[in-house]
Design a protein around this ligand. Structure first.
Ligand code: TEU
Length: 573
């Protein structure tokens, strides 16, 4: 059952295939490239690979626009390559989780091609088609069926001349939303999922799965001050039938024991109260969700491209709330980064002189909380954000669309918009994994689809494997700690020093075993007073992990002095 499920005690590694390893010199990573690095992943200690989409796709959104769910895009390899990847992982005692993108398909998927062919098409109702606003001509500005904005700029509706109606696309216009109200759509998705399970995959990461149920009538959203479009989120985020759909999917796909598989629902905007319902094992919906609250601590009123400084107390309060909310019901996922976010060390750490220490400190506080940790490729090397000289250096459709709208339509200052893209743009985490200090960081023998980050000579895997002081070795130790100490998996968690703006600290407890995690998440030294750590435990000896191996912090009756970005972990039993 869920209490003993394997996915509670493992660590997941996310592979973004186009940037992981290129085996054939075309500049795009591929499945044989991943296979060539399986020993590297096994040695790191991770138990699962989550593979971002490798399905057939026009690549408008780097594979999150799928035109065939049951084939591999030739750019990444073949189905046989994927079978070999599954076998290679299983031989090493590891598992594979596929990305499941079923809120939308590509507009080049045969389902959509047929749906768009005429108003009477057999699959017309598989997508969300609506006539123009009454009294208005299709295509005229403002004639969209409602006022929702697309998450990737512009309106959420695209007019189709041929049939005189609009279709809904919450993301790009090449990503039309499927109509989950139609039971045939749902059955087609479930059949596809069963096909993948039969092929041997061990679970799914479900892309924006809390967006699939839209409110009846698709009502207009409120227009925030200064915004161009209405906010549709209240009408599609955790919509009226979401729990019903997820439970149906469970019955139809996962059968008697859904805890055999890893299921993680990506759920932007989900609250901790909603997460309790989604992840309560009794309800059989998903095992865990990716929540976004801690990803929004640096967003201003204008969203991710309107950044503001991060307050550590706010970050801790958010993570603490989720730890508490899912303590007895449900389960957390733990992550600092993924392919949609800047590099963790550049965003939450200090990617200058304290890069190594801050990457280790961040990893420490994340991995020892309660939940399943996710490592995004290159994070284990302390890879940083990249350098963008000008707009030409960006590849991502979200960034390019945002620039066009912010500068072209809203008249914002181009230099300022570029600065925001440099800070928050998704391409920061999509540059090639830095394997060596050789040409193209050992990623490809050709020209990479996006330039390698210039610091690869210093930051690369070859330099870190086997070096006990490297960021990678620290990740290895953290992953091992989880395997060795049940308190990491099952212990309860109590946050300490909630208001401290430098120190992230908590205590884990399981029976008589207590673990103290103390980290200075700042570039100045920090003092922790003794009374903050008071309790029955004697933390002075008992160190199980230190980031300052040569000169670890001493816990005395006077308290602790932590060097910039120093972390220490103590265990008492
Ligand atoms: O992202 C979901 C999502 O809501 C994104 O808008 C996310 O908030 C954004 O990228 C942050 O800037 C998922 C995928 O992870 C992403 O790569 C896809 O582009 C998106 O869905 C559409 O499939």
């Amino acid at each position: 059952a869920a209490e003993q499920a394997w996915w509670r005690s493992t660590v997941v590694y996310q592979v973004y295939p186009r940037s992981f390893a290129d085996s054939d010199g075309d500049g795009v990573g591929d499945i044989p490239g991943i296979i060539s690095r399986l020993d590297y992943l096994q040695d790191l200690g991770v138990g699962v690979v989550w593979l971002s989409p490798v399905y057939r796709s026009p690549q408008d959104d780097n594979g999150y626009d799928i035109s065939d769910y049951q084939d591999v895009d030739p750019m990444f390899g073949t189905l046989e390559d994927l079978d070999a990847l599954i076998a290679g992982l299983h031989e090493r005692g590891m598992r594979l989780v596929m990305d499941l993108v079923v809120n939308h398909t590509s507009d080049e998927h045969p389902w959509f091609v047929e749906s768009a062919s005429s108003r009477d098409a057999a699959r017309r109702d598989w997508y969300i088609w609506r006539p123009p606003r009454p009294g208005m001509a299709g295509g005229e500005p403002g004639a969209e069926p409602n006022n929702w904005g697309s998450i990737f700029s512009g309106p959420a509706w695209q007019y189709d001349e041929r049939t005189g109606e609009y279709y809904l696309h919450l993301f790009t216009r090449k990503q039309p939303d499927l109509n989950w109200e139609n039971p045939e759509v749902r059955q087609a998705v479930y059949a596809m999922m069963r096909w993948w399970l039969d092929r041997g995959v061990d679970g799914f990461r479900m892309d924006v799965i809390n967006f699939i149920s839209k409110a009846e009538g698709l009502p207009d959203g409120e227009v925030p001050p200064g915004a161009l479009y209405g906010n549709g989120f209240p009408h599609f985020g955790s919509g009226p039938r979401i729990h019903e759909f997820l439970q149906e999917m469970n019955r139809e796909v996962f059968g008697d024991d859904p805890s055999r598989f890893l299921t993680v629902g990506e759920m932007p905007g989900a609250t901790v109260e909603q997460a309790r319902r989604y992840t309560d094992a009794e309800r059989r919906e998903v095992n865990m969700i990716f929540q976004f609250e801690h990803m929004e601590v640096d967003e201003g009123p204008g969203g991710k491209f309107d950044p503001r400084p991060i307050a550590l107390s706010e970050l801790k309060a958010s993570l603490g709330r989720w730890q508490e909310g899912l303590a007895s019901v449900g389960w957390n996922s733990l992550y600092w980064s993924n392919h949609d976010r800047p590099r963790a060390v550049s965003r939450f750490g200090d990617d200058g002189v304290h890069r190594v220490a801050s990457a280790k400190a961040l990893a420490t506080v994340l991995h020892l909380m309660r939940g399943t940790p996710y490592v995004y490729q290159g994070e284990e090397l302390g890879m940083t954000n990249t350098v963008f000289r000008d707009l030409d250096d960006f590849r991502d459709v979200e960034s390019l669309n945002h620039y066009r709208e912010a500068v072209g339509v809203r008249g914002q200052d181009p230099a300022q918009v570029l600065e925001a893209l440099r800070y928050a743009g998704r391409d920061n985490s999509r540059t090639p994994v830095q394997w060596t200090d050789g040409p193209q960081a050992g990623f490809t023998t050709g020209e990479p689809w996006i330039p390698v980050t210039p610091n690869y000579r210093e930051i690369n895997a070859a330099a870190q494997v086997g070096d006990p002081d490297s960021v990678r070795s620290h990740y290895q130790r953290l992953i091992r700690l989880r395997r060795e100490h049940a308190v990491v998996v099952d212990g309860s968690l109590r946050m300490l020093l909630p208001d401290d703006e430098q120190v992230f600290a908590y205590e884990r407890t399981l029976g008589g075993v207590r673990m103290l995690v103390l980290a200075n998440l700042s570039s100045a030294s920090a003092t922790v007073p003794a009374q903050a750590l008071a309790g029955p435990a004697d933390w002075a000896q008992a160190a199980v992990l230190n980031t300052n191996v040569a000169n670890p912090a001493a816990i005395t009756d006077a308290g602790v002095e932590l060097a910039p970005w120093e972390a220490t972990v103590r265990l008492v039993d």
